[in-house]
Design a protein around this ligand. Structure first.
Ligand SMILES: Nc1ncnc2c1ncn2[C@@H]1O[C@H](COP(=O)(O)OP(=O)(O)OP(=O)(O)O)[C@@H](O)[C@H]1O
Ligand SMILES: O=c1[nH]c(=O)c2[nH+]cn([C@@H]3O[C@H](COP(=O)(O)O)[C@@H](O)[C@H]3O)c2[nH]1
Ligand SMILES: NC(=O)CC[C@H](N)C(=O)O
Ligand SMILES: [Mg+2]
Length: 520
């Protein structure tokens, strides 16, 4: 039995990393590789199985990405999904052409033969589709298992060669029986054992970090959020006191956050923490800037400059034995990478400060043990590492902080106003016991928008506050939370009463997509 990961070959899919994550959910380790990697290199990784992802191209168009057909005769079980399925059919002599009917979204699949990857399937399944190309005839040797209105061959298999393909997307939650198909491919068709969970990643990462860092000093950007806390805990387990965490107060934090992070983190972990007040520096650099990407780039750069200063301080404090700090740990997760345009062929939606916002002259080597993972996986690791619930279940808060929640330029007055409104919303949501139900609730100040109000019989001309409570599994998609009206009413009354200058509170009722969670 091969010892390597299940490889997910990325053909530029929206959901490639999601496939890897569903495989890990089925307790088999999985990693993503680009389709540009050669088949020899893939096989050198000793993969247990290979999954070919979806993608935007059409196989019959010149120059469309493909894969060396040697992959299909290497004896490694292969599952093709959507574009990957079309590639498999095309390369092995099947017929692939424009679909008579494109299918996007919820579709009914008729299961003609409930075998193999579709063993025990009901005769019809609701599946999630996104295709305009279809496999019209399966290659020789394949059995057709299912069809839909637009896909005469919607699933096929040749168990003797361990080759499987499906037109729909089993990796998205909108395909209710999708995980069942992935599970059957891995454990029944490919015969893999369920041998991976969060504790494996801890062992793996600790070993990798130890090897990379050696006996050098390391700093970790620590925000109090779960991602950096888990990254810090992993690095601490690997190299102990070589690690110093650096918490930056950039003036864009929420009310009470500095004291809370200093206290909770040190108490929970015992890791060395250096808190740096860099607010003057950040706010001066941000003066007069209202364009979101500019804000993000400035914040990303200032973070690094602050870490550089902190690193010099760490060296100075170490005295005689002090040596340069080469490594910077960040709690970067996969959604930060993909939204910054870092996926293979993915678009830049917004430059997360810790990825797309990094300056070109970065002198640190980055240590990002969570870079391929999603937040719920990180939470599982945090629990396994023994971090307290207050850290593991803390709602996300973006590194650029309130800076990307003031729509308009950033001033100290606007920050103070937003901080008050945000504190009220958080207090009331917490009091109503809604913390776990809500993924996070950005509170946004539309600083340049003014509307007329009447307070104490006087005319006011103030700015609105937007409440943006969302529910989500991994921040890649989100829906607006249906909060109880009385909680909303209470928050609205308190904000307008207590925050002078705010005369309106509005609720954002948009999902992601089409919106994003943060406004900038
Ligand atoms: N105020 C800060 N001081 C130091 N480092 C920070 C700060 N804010 C963010 N970072 C760094 O940037 C990374 C990305 O921020 P991000 O908000 O995505 O993660 P997090 O704060 O650790 O967790 P969460 O997403 O749950 O808020 C962090 O993991 C951390 O390394
Ligand atoms: O550390 C961060 N640096 C950033 O630059 C950044 N931008 C967005 N976010 C957080 O990422 C998740 C997805 O946000 P969006 O739907 O707004 O893209 C949400 O949880 C956001 O709060 C960030 N976190
Ligand atoms: N989602 C996909 O992989 C789409 C595959 C191909 N581009 C099609 O339209 O059929
Ligand atoms: Mg954060």
């Amino acid at each position: 039995m091969a010892a390597g990961p299940v490889l997910v070959v990325d053909f530029g899919a929206q959901y490639a990393q999601l496939i890897a994550r569903r495989v890990r959910e089925a307790h088999v380790y999985s990693e993503l590789v680009p389709h540009s990697m050669s088949v020899e290199q893939m096989l050198a990784m000793d993969p247990k199985a290979i999954i070919l992802s979806g993608g935007p191209a059409s196989v019959y168009v010149d120059g469309a990405p493909s894969i060396d057909p040697a992959i299909f005769t290497a004896g490694v079980p292969v599952l093709g999904i959507c574009y990957g399925f079309q590639v498999m059919a095309h390369e092995l002599g099947g017929k692939v052409d424009k679909a008579a009917l494109g299918e996007y979204g919820k579709t009914v699949a008729v299961i003609d033969t409930p075998a193999g990857i579709l063993q025990d399937s009901p005769s019809e399944q609701s599946v999630w589709m996104s295709h305009g190309v279809a496999v019209k005839e399966a290659p020789d040797g394949f059995a057709v298992l299912a069809h839909t209105a637009g896909a005469p061959v919607a699933a096929m298999q040749d168990p003797s060669r361990k080759l499987y393909g499906v037109q729909w997307h089993p990796e998205v939650r909108n395909t209710p029986l999708g995980q069942d198909l992935i599970f059957r491919f891995l454990h029944e068709c490919a015969g893999l054992e369920a041998d991976w969970d969060a504790s494996n990643i801890i062992e793996d990462q600790v070993a990798k970090i130890r090897k990379a860092v050696g006996n050098h000093a390391v700093i970790c950007g620590l925000s109090g959020g779960v991602d950096s806390a888990v990254a810090a805990a992993l690095v601490h387990r690997a190299v102990g006191d070589q690690l110093t965490c650096v918490f930056v107060d950039h003036g864009l934090l929420r009310k009470g956050e500095v004291e809370q992070v200093k206290h909770d983190f040190v108490q929970a972990t015992g890791i060395k923490l250096m808190a740096v007040d860099a607010s003057e520096d950040f706010l001066t650099a941000l003066k007069g800037v209202s364009e979101p990407e500019r804000k993000r780039k400035i914040i990303g750069e200032k973070f690094i400059r602050t870490f550089e200063k902190a690193a010099r301080e760490v060296v100075a404090q170490a005295g005689e034995q002090g040596q340069d700090v080469r490594f910077l740990v960040q709690g970067t997760l996969y959604p930060d990478v993909v939204e910054s345009g870092g996926g293979d062929g993915a678009a830049n939606i917004k430059s997360h400060h810790n990825v797309g916002g990094l300056p070109d002259d970065l002198n640190f080597e980055l240590v990002e043990p969570l870079r391929l993972l999603f937040k719920d996986e990180v939470r599982a690791i945090g629990s396994e590492l023994g971090l307290p619930d207050e850290i593991v279940w803390r709602q996300p808060f973006p590194g650029p902080g309130l800076g990307i929640r003031i729509i308009g330029d950033i001033t100290r007055e606007r920050l103070d106003l937003l901080r008050e409104a945000d504190a009220i919303a958080r207090e009331e949501l917490n009091r109503a016991g809604l913390d776990r139900e809500i993924w996070q609730c950005p509170v946004v100040l539309l600083a340049d928008v003014h509307s007329v109000g009447v307070q104490g019989d006087e005319r006011t001309y103030g700015s609105p506050i937007v409440l943006r409570p969302v529910s989500s599994e991994d921040a890649m998609t989100a829906d607006w939370s249906r909060l109880p009206y009385d909680v909303l009413a209470h928050i609205s009354t308190r904000i307008t009463n207590e925050c002078s200058g705010i005369n309106r509170v509005v609720l954002d009722v948009t999902s992601k997509p089409p919106a994003t969670i943060e406004w900038e």
